[in-house]
Design a protein around this ligand. Structure first.
Ligand code: ZN
Ligand code: ZN
Ligand code: FE
Length: 755
């Protein structure tokens, strides 16, 4: 008798690191092991998972190859380590209970859009006919329902629901897609929806859907609970419903997101490229900013040429479009003004009932609030602009240690960041910390991140701005503090995202940030690494008459630049600005500039865009943050390639451009021409400044960050110019270029500055 050497029974111990928990990885391994008739066990560790397998030597390599190639879609394997172990003669394969023994953490999955197989189950499975919380190991809520780590049902808000025997059988059946799917549920045992309208309460789903359809068709507004918070919903083609929604939200001009039945329906209203379609249908299901083709109700995009569109991601969303003519619904965050999105049923009843016709809730708690994420495809690449549902809490991996550092973030569109070994955990979009409720959300989320990721901050990084609520909060913690200049943090964030760790030329363009010379910065040409930065240029300082008010009222910046260019003679110009702003205000403003009363200096790129938007009549009065630059971008005539004159020194003066813009206005040039030439001017001037800095330093790598680079036209134009000139250009993709990404930069700077 001969023994085939390859049939020798061996044992391997395998560790898998990465996003492998809460994504069906253990069941997947179980199935794989039973397929190859291997025995052993798998266990979630807080730093990934470990398995031991025993079996014939010749199948081991197939098993490991499948482990990599056939892993669940949402998982991200970073590292597989294989070690020899001793065979113990095990007779089966086991999934061992989670252990919570160390304080090492692994990844927690973001929320995942409902998968196609589950949608099919709505028709096929008798206990899940039309069950609106259908989910499986490949889909469903995750981060939004997780209270603690490791990911197991008892540590989620599903803990309140006891599985029925049918669900339990599926949950325990290795061959089932719901094997160990933590939120598994059905019509018998899971959460249910409820519709409240006045004193009426409807509990039966089919009746709820009937009522929703009826109300939407008659122009009503409905609050409906989503994955990470409530939405306010109405027909996207009903002008009066949309304008009523706008009034009830107390949000005058910010565009509303629109959910479409499918990509085909969306294509009737917007241009969708291949990359944009990929983003739309991805399991993250973000809102994607697209170019409008045909308008929906006017009140949705408020004069912008873009549309924020997304596709259904909860079973109920799909049901809203089943058997209905309807193709598009406004689904905007359920909050008033700048408050955080509402997640609690009772808050929704209290706050949203008065401004809606019905409130649709369900009886499972949302633990972690997550807004819809927003992305835009620029230069063929997906760029996250608001990072929340579907993206959080996936960390950014760094090449250096950031352990125990808490980065407090900026003020407007705040996100904070926490370091654990070499992983940077950016929080979900928090919002404007000046709002009291938002600040409470901020501190609450900070403590939840500490708990969830087992982080005990030892050091804190804050913005240099002494009055940011985030700075003050950081300072109160009594920890060692690193102050990071705002624009240095922007560039460091982009460096960290791109794995750069060397001196670069950094262009940080935004609206505002505290500068080291006491002025407001925002168009900075820096030479920096993670530790040091020097300022090598900027746009010329502009007076900001009225201080912070100038950033809300574009006409102030318009007048400030006109006054610099023309003096008192500016009022002779025949500009819409002078017809829309009363004379008294104009003379007061001129006086304020002369006497330097409440006229701080700013080099903010956003302020320059404001000024040009006001002078060209594109946006004289703004209704929401960054409206003027957005409007200016949206009117660009892309066939125009010329640019305006400017003066390049240590700073760049755009007064020659302002004079020429006024000449163009006089000659009757359209806003599209002026906007295009102005954008081209910024790109050209920036390119020339980069060349100048390069000549002095020899640095070839250029990093672009700051909220101004949410501007698709500007980013594409500038990047093209730089790349053609052989610069290596680095931009953001997974981390926002706006202040929502700044905490990552603060974290990196603090980590590298000491220790
Ligand atoms: Zn599924
Ligand atoms: Zn059940
Ligand atoms: Fe900024």
């Amino acid at each position: 008798m001969t023994i085939n050497h390859n049939d020798k029974i061996i044992a391997l111990r395998i560790s898998v690191d990465g996003l492998v928990q809460g994504v069906g990885f253990r069941p997947f391994i179980y199935r794989l092991a039973s397929h190859y008739k291997l025995h052993g066990w798998v266990v979630n560790q807080t730093d990934g998972l470990t398995l031991k397998i025993e079996g014939p030597a010749h199948v081991m390599s197939c098993f490991i190859a499948d482990l990599r190639e056939k892993a669940p879609v949402i998982s991200q394997i970073e590292k597989i380590t294989v070690d020899q172990d001793f065979p113990e003669g095990m007779q089966d394969f086991f999934i061992l209970a989670s252990q919570d023994m160390t304080d090492e953490t692994s990844e927690i999955s973001p929320d995942i859009a409902v998968c196609d197989e589950c949608l099919a189950d709505l028709k096929l499975q008798s206990h899940r006919i039309d069950y609106p919380f259908v989910n499986c190991t490949n889909c469903g809520p995750r981060f939004s329902i997780i209270r603690d780590f490791p990911y197991d049902r008892v540590k989620t808000t599903m803990a309140d629901f006891t599985m029925c025997s049918v669900c339990r059988d599926e949950y325990e059946d290795i061959q089932n897609r719901r094997f160990h799917a933590q939120p598994v549920a059905c019509n018998q045992c899971g959460p249910v929806y409820m519709l409240h309208s006045g004193s009426r309460v409807i509990k039966k789903l089919s009746l709820i859907l009937d009522e929703i359809h009826r109300m939407i068709a008659s122009g009503k507004i409905i609050a409906v609970k989503g994955t990470g918070g409530f939405h306010l919903m109405c027909d996207a083609l009903n002008e009066s419903a949309v304008s009523r929604l706008r009034k009830s939200k107390k949000r005058e001009g910010k565009p509303f997101a629109v959910m479409f039945k499918d990509v085909d329906s969306l294509r009737q209203y917007a241009i969708v490229s291949e990359e944009e379609e990929r983003a739309l249908v991805s399991w993250r299901r973000p809102v994607v900013i697209l170019k409008t083709l045909r308008p929906l109700a006017k009140g949705i995009s408020m004069g912008l040429d873009t549309l924020g569109a997304f596709l259904p991601y909860m079973p109920l969303h799909h049901m809203l479009f089943f058997n209905a003519e309807r193709k598009a619904l406004v689904l905007t965050s359920g909050n008033l003004s700048e408050e955080p999105i509402i997640i609690d049923n009772r808050d929704a009843q209290k706050v949203l009932s008065p401004v809606t016709d019905a409130v649709v809730t369900y009886n499972r708690e949302i633990y972690n609030r997550t807004d819809d994420s927003v992305v835009r495809v620029i230069a063929g690449k997906e760029r996250v602009q608001r990072r929340s549902r579907g993206y959080v809490p996936a960390p950014v991996k760094l090449d250096f240690d950031v352990d125990g550092i808490f980065a407090a973030g900026a003020e407007l569109s705040n996100c904070f960041c926490m370091g654990k070994s070499n992983r940077a955990y950016l929080s979900q979009h928090i919002g404007d910390l000046k709002n009291h409720e938002t600040f409470e959300f901020y501190t609450e989320t900070i403590s939840r991140f500490q708990q969830l990721f087992r982080i005990k901050p030892r050091r804190v990084a804050v913005d240099m701005h002494p009055d940011y609520f985030s700075t003050r909060h950081g300072q109160k913690l009594g920890l060692e503090i690193t102050q990071v200049q705002h624009h240095h943090a922007h560039i460091a964030s982009c460096m960290a995202e791109n794995g750069l760790d060397e001196p670069v030329i950094g262009l940080a363009f935004d609206g505002t940030g505290y500068g080291t010379d006491g002025n407001t910065w925002g168009s900075e040409f820096l030479v920096c690494d993670f530790v040091h930065f020097t300022r090598h240029g900027h746009f010329a300082y502009m007076p900001m008459p009225g201080g912070d008010r100038a950033s809300e009222e574009p006409w102030r910046m318009g007048l400030a630049l006109l006054y610099q260019a023309y003096g008192k003679a500016m009022t002779d110009l025949n500009l819409p600005l002078f017809r829309l702003v009363d004379d008294k205000k104009i003379s007061l403003l001129a006086e304020a500039i002369d006497k330097k009363i409440n006229c701080p200096l700013s080099s903010g790129a956003g302020r320059l865009f404001d000024a040009v938007a006001a002078i060209s009549g594109v946006c004289v009065n703004a209704m929401f943050h960054a409206e003027a630059p957005m409007k200016l971008e949206s009117v660009i005539d892309p066939t125009v390639s010329g640019y305006y004159p400017f003066k390049l020194g240590f700073d760049i003066s755009f007064l020659p451009a302002i004079l020429q813009i006024c000449e163009d206005m006089k000659a009757g040039a359209g806003a599209g021409v002026i906007a295009a030439k102005f954008h081209n001017t910024i790109a050209e001037a920036s390119h020339q400044m980069v060349k100048k800095v390069h000549a002095g330093t020899g640095i070839q790598k250029v990093v672009l960050s700051g909220g101004t680079f949410q501007n698709k036209y500007l980013l594409e134009t500038l990047e093209n110019k730089l790349v053609k000139d052989n610069f290596a250009v680095f931009t953001h993709s997974r981390v926002p270029c706006n202040d929502g990404g700044i905490a990552l930069g603060q974290l990196a700077v603090a980590a590298r500055s000491k220790g």
